[in-house]
Ligand binder design. Sequence first.
Ligand code: KIV
Length: 301
Amino acid sequence: MRQALSLPELAAMKPAGTKIVMVTAYDHPSAQVVEEAGVDVVLVGDSAAMTVLGHDSTVPVGMDEMLMLAAAVRRGLRTPLLVGDMPFGSYERSDEQAVENALRFIKEAGCDAVKLERGGSSVDRAKAIVRAGIPVMGHVGLTPQTATQLGGYKAQGKTAERAAQIADEALALQEAGCFAIVFEAVPAAFTEALMGRMEIPVIGIGAGHDTDGQVLVFHDLLGIFGGHAAKFVKRYANVRQEMVSGVAEYAAEVRSGAFPGPEHIYAIEPSELSEFRAYLGEQRHSEETGTFSHSDWDWGP
Ligand code: KIV
């Protein structure tokens, strides 16, 4: 049986050249699926805002929603590291706010670590959370919580100036004590150039081959999410189509009467049935004559 992955074991995967597999999950069944599939790290991503809550960005999701999802994932997970994604507005205001909400992920949802986005003030927040004893994963490049500031959902680091900015953020987060970092939507050559300076595991999503691992959104990789897929998404299944077919077949069988079939129906002993029918008959009679009460009936053992 696989043992639960510890942070030192995750760190050791980098020098060993063992690729780290990370995926998102948002509920109990998806947690059971990723557990069984044998991934290393599970992120309860704020992408839940889009994939499961129907928002058009990650911005609206809040702490209480994230905690409910993370707790459900925890109940389905045994071996991978579980990372809770700090939603927009849950850590920006102050170190105190960041530590308080990071602690909620650990204490209320059973997460092993938290993730936050960007450099700048997030570097201070990461330091404060690490000081509080909570492992932190950084996230640079395309940071969806601040996509508006970045000019939309597009690749980052395509100019030398922006590439230098992202590199500085990544190095500052590493210095702040992050145990790993996500690079999202950056040129593969940017990653290749920076990897020599990265001592912590780098998990890529649209960041090329040279990262220490990859992360994809569960609904994207399985083809559950119906919306637009980013360039970096590879679909490994078309589960949405399977789901639509299943529900459509169910609807057709309900309408035709083919469902439920004999195997889905409960039986009753004939003698019990006749007694029951007699009861209904007596009840109808007494309702007509006004003489029957429920306490007259012998309900048996
Ligand atoms: O919220 C999320 O799913 C993420 C991953 C894409 C890294 O942040």
